[in-house]
Design a protein around this ligand. Sequence first.
Ligand code: SF4
Length: 381
Amino acid sequence: MSTVTAPAGPTVHPAGDNLLEITDLVKHFPIKSGSLLGRTVGQVRAVDGVTLSVRRGRTLGLVGESGCGKSTLARVVTALQPATSGSIKLNGTELTTLRSGQMRGLRRQVQMVFQDPYGSLNPRRRVGSILGEPYAIHDGPKGKDRQQAVQQLLERVGLSSDHYNRFPTEFSGGQRQRLGIARALALRPELVVCDEPVSALDVSIQAQVLNLLEDLQDEFGLTYLFIAHDLSVVRHVSDEVAVMYLGKIVERGPVESLYSRPRHPYTNALLSAVPDPSAAAQRGTSTRIVLTGDVPSPAAPPSGCRFHTRCPKAQDLCSQEEPLLRPTPEDPEHVFACHYPVAAGEPLSIGTWSESAQAAVPRRAPSPARTSITKNREGSA
Ligand code: SF4
């Protein structure tokens, strides 16, 4: 019997360090002229100096509008695209300088769940072949052992071992996303990058898939970089949240702190769009913020603060000087980049999560496995 099987048993990680550390990461795409020589005439600044870290066994939610660079960041972190500059460290190992032969080990540690459960599975291959491929590439079990490992994976993600011989087209959207999660889980990765994993699913199915991801995190101590544009979803699954706008992080912090007291006007506006049942209760003291105008082109980002062309609080300084990330007085882990942040006492957006709203729609409670991860980290800090 092979030793590479479907994951089993909780993983409690040692000491509380960061699994993933991203420092000043840049990903630019050259814009070529239409001439024969194809000269570079500009750069699309998709990711432009991002610094983030993700704690072991935790979830960092990354939010922002379409085109803000979230998915590009995900593809660079998973080495599907090379970085232009900057550093990505996983378990302290620099990934941006790995040669192709060394990438093989990285593939075992970092896996991705894609947004589109229809497009990310080859419709001409049977489930057994799709889920068995990671084992084939990484010298995993063969023959009957591989089949057994795949069938264990299927059962672990809520499908049946009888699905082994089916084609992806025989599954619903939610079931296909479960297949995508099973494929990501096959090699027991440490980091799973989830790129909008539920945005293509019906709302009722979204909850099932989110619960599955949470259960798997608790059971195997997975670390998630969870990318989404739905702030309700991100709040539910995340421990920390980073808000991205035009290639830069504009606010970052523990989820409760950021959702209850956002400092950046862009975060405040995003929260305003949350279809939150508790929002109605706040209508007397809060306001709906509607952003006007389109997101500027990342090929020609605005000067100073990149949000100043759409910001309701913008003043002259905003177009002249880029604000740097700085901590809030209450929480050094909650940082924001704004010259004129949302002040205490200022009306918050209608979707902001007051204490009563947080009580009405609680986040999931940490499971024993997840709590022990935290305790181990805190105990060693
Ligand atoms: Fe708005 Fe100015 Fe703050 Fe930018 S720096 S978010 S433009 S107030």
